[in-house]
Design a protein around this ligand. Structure first.
Ligand code: GLU
Length: 308
């Protein structure tokens, strides 16, 4: 019998142990997300030299949702520069849920990882018209993943029909003078970015690109520069896990970002990226089994960044 790769064995073990977690519910405030199979559970990792490891439903497709935020942030940071971006969005963890009305004393959303800040960030993607801007955004996220990512039209439409709270957040940002363009364009572009379809293998490659200073280790393409990758990881470390970001850093100790589709990316800078997917979410909106699997991996392999 062929011997299992030791890293894939460790990933399978993390899935097996984390599968004992049965709490959490699939997001349904975007109606289309409620149709996801709650039992899907997959994990993948990509190393700094581009080696790929998988276990479970690693090739199941789901929508990227908020995991798109750090990658779009990296894109606009590279294109528009730090001053332009951070005149409009802050650096601080909000300690509040992802869809909170959270503006600082200058009227800026607290950070680019919560919805208000992500919409302001997305509004900075350049191009002539919405379709061209989306194609540019899709092109950059695809370069992070190392393959062309496609739009899940049903999820996009479902959020576009129901996303009134996000439109309200965009309106507040417009009133505060920090949103470029119109509320309609910013939110439509944001809804499309959230509805891009990925697998955990894609997420692992995207995370590994950040781990590798902005160069995709599978394709060799330089997607963003080293400083942009580092700055993106900094905000993921402090703000990536919704109102659970502090406890996440304490227990797991890796920059990460989760999405309501059930995905999580985590990065061990200089070494590898991991993607995990399980649709049932805990109270903070993070994948319950995904958090359990990454916590186990961090503890078993001493992945905490602040460890000696
Ligand atoms: N598209 C979702 C929203 O804005 C993303 C939320 C998330 O993944 O945190 O509500």
């Amino acid at each position: 019998m062929a011997q299992q790769d030791p890293i894939e064995w460790a990933l399978s073990e993390a899935l097996r142990r984390a599968a004992t977690v049965t709490d959490g519910t699939v997001a349904d405030y975007i109606p289309e997300l409620a149709h996801t199979d709650p039992e899907l559970f997959g994990i993948a990792a990509v190393g700094r030299r581009g080696r790929r490891f998988r276990a479970g439903d690693a090739e199941a497709q789901f929508t990227i949702q908020s995991i798109s935020k750090p990658f779009v942030y990296a894109m606009v940071l590279a294109e528009r520069g730090e001053d332009h971006v951070h005149d409009r969005v802050g650096f601080e963890p909000s300690g509040e849920p992802f869809n909170a009305i959270s503006l600082d004393e200058r009227g800026r959303p607290a950070n680019p990882m919560i919805n208000a800040g992500a919409i302001v960030t997305t509004a900075l993607v350049e191009g002539a018209g919405l379709d061209e801007r989306f194609e540019r955004l899709r092109g950059t996220l695809s370069a992070f993943a190392g393959r062309p990512l496609e739009l899940d039209d049903a999820v996009y439409r479902s959020e576009s029909i129901t996303g009134h709270r996000n439109r309200a957040l965009a309106s507040l940002a417009l009133a505060a003078g920090v949103l470029e363009g119109t509320v309609e364009d910013a939110t439509e572009l944001y809804f499309r970015q959230c509805a891009l379809r990925v697998t955990t293998s894609d997420l692992a490659a995207m995370a590994a690109t950040l781990a590798n200073g902005g160069t995709n280790p599978v394709t060799g393409e330089s997607v963003v520069g080293e400083l942009v990758a580092r700055n993106t990881l900094s905000l993921m470390a402090s703000c990536g896990m919704y109102d659970h970001a502090g406890e996440w850093m304490y227990r797991v100790g890796m920059p990460a970002k989760s999405g309501v589709g059930g995905g999580i990316v985590a990065v061990r800078p200089g070494q590898f990226g991991v993607g995990v997917f399980s649709p049932r979410l805990d109270r903070a909106g993070n994948s319950a089994r995904g958090v359990a699997a990454l916590t186990l991996l961090s503890q078993t392999f001493d992945l905490h960044l602040l460890g000696a």
